[in-house]
Design a protein around this ligand. Structure first.
Ligand SMILES: C[S@@+](CC[C@H](N)C(=O)[O-])C[C@H]1O[C@@H](n2cnc3c(N)ncnc32)[C@H](O)[C@@H]1O
Ligand code: SF4
Length: 396
């Protein structure tokens, strides 16, 4: 819970000279069906979605959150889910118009919307683009129909390829495809073939995640047979080489992009920027220079409760980060995921403390070969990136 603001002259507190960039995350919590591996705050839609009612709630929520923008325009927006492409284009347009009416969106903001191949409609995609969405993230997961069935997905490989063609046809020139590997019964050849099919579609960005068994999911209760570590290591080695050979630079643990096509929204998370979170279960992070603290805000998770409470204090819980070690650890948990590292200056500005505050832990990490010795960057070495949790423990 909130701790007292640091007393004046508390030199060991957090100090912020300027605010980081601001993003907006919008959570749309409904899906056609709940996937057995998914621990996101998502619910099977029963009947018609209350999308316009939900957008009205989002706008109430946004108006409250904009008080925390502290004069900044929103640089990136991400509609995540759930399955945002189930929402009507009118609902998405109304949300973006409402945000623009508050003067809140930067003119060249990156605006991404997650789309599922099982919920694609050409006219809707065109309308999303006209509403201002300029990047789509398509959740393909695999092009193997047996794997898609094992994952409980509602689409097949043909629909996945058609979704990409529909997105291009609607004029989207910035696409991300989500793929997963290490699937039930996976093998090296099959996982690499999935990547080849994705690369053949020439997306600007690829997110390539290892399937994990998450708490409170159907897969946790009845775990499928997953490939062993050796197979996973060979998939990663061959997959990364293939992606690199096709011009996809790995810039974060699971993110690969063509030159100039990194996800600005995700980079803002990883570089410890600020973000407003609206929607059921959405999280936000806001720097508060006057208090010398960072606020972490979370919205009530249940969509029904959210519809009733959005915009009121009851819908939001807040915690404060007020100490140097906590802010440093949270910064590094994000920033060390970025493979080419982060300027030390950014650490000082956004974790609110001098680099000297983490000097001892940094020296220990460099001595173990886990952190690069560059004086002006914080960058995990390949060995450090492999042992990220142990590296972070040095700063805990
Ligand atoms: C917010 S999710 C959902 C996006 C979209 N609803 C979909 O499923 O296509 C974003 C991505 O996280 C990945 N993901 C979800 N659960 C995962 C898990 N248990 N292990 C690894 N990746 C996962 C999937 O690639 C998914 O597309
Ligand atoms: S479609 Fe995406 S968000 Fe929905 S249940 Fe499946 S993985 Fe989760």
């Amino acid at each position: 819970m909130s701790t007292a603001a640091p007393v004046l002259g508390d030199v060991a507190g957090l100090h912020f000279d300027k605010l980081p960039p601001l993003s907006l995350y919008v959570h749309l919590p409904w899906c056609v069906r709940k996937c057995p591996y998914c621990d996101f705050n998502s619910y099977e839609a029963r009947g018609a979605l209350p999308d316009l009612e939900y957008v009205a709630a989002l706008l109430r929520d946004l108006r409250g959150e904009l008080a925390h923008a502290q004069g900044r325009a929103i640089e990136t927006i991400y509609f995540g889910g759930g399955t945002p492409s189930l929402f009507s284009s009118a609902a998405i347009a109304r949300l973006l118009e409402g945000a623009r009416a508050e003067g809140a969106i930067a003119a060249h903001a990156e605006i991404t919307l997650e789309a599922n191949p099982g919920a694609v409609d050409a006219a809707r995609f065109v309308a999303f683009r006209h509403a201002g969405v300029n990047r789509l993230s398509i959740g393909i997961q695999s092009f193997r129909n047996d794997k898609l069935r094992a994952l409980g997905r509602v689409h097949d490989a043909g629909q996945a390829e058609a979704a990409v063609a529909t997105a291009r046809g609607a004029g989207f020139s910035n696409l991300n495809l989500d793929l997963m590997y290490g699937l039930p019964g996976d093998d090296v050849a099959g996982a690499v073939a999935d990547l080849e099919r994705a690369i053949a579609l020439a997306p600007e960005h690829l997110s390539w995640y290892q399937l994990t068994l998450e708490p409170n999911t159907a897969f946790e209760r009845r775990p499928p047979a997953l490939p062993d570590d050796d197979v996973v290591a060979r998939i990663e080695e061959q997959g990364r080489a293939l992606l690199a050979a096709h011009g996809y630079e790995r810039y974060e643990v699971s993110a690969y992009a063509r030159r100039g096509r990194r996800s600005q929204h995700n980079l803002n998370y990883w570089q410890f920027g600020d973000y407003l979170g609206i929607g059921a279960g959405a999280h936000g992070k806001i720097t508060l220079p006057a208090a010398g603290e960072i606020a972490r805000r979370a919205k009530t998770r249940n969509p029904r409760t959210y519809l009733e409470q959005a915009g009121s204090a009851a819908a939001t819980s807040e915690e404060r980060v007020a100490t140097r070690p906590q802010a440093a650890l949270e910064f590094l948990m994000n920033a060390l995921r970025v493979l080419d590292g982060t300027p030390v200056e950014m650490f000082e500005a956004r974790a609110g403390q001098p680099a000297a505050a983490i000097g001892a832990a940094r020296a220990a990490a460099i001595a173990r070969g886990w952190l690069s010795a560059e004086p002006d960057r914080l960058c995990a070495t390949p060995a450090g990136a492999e042992k990220l949790n142990r590296l972070l423990e040095l700063f805990a």
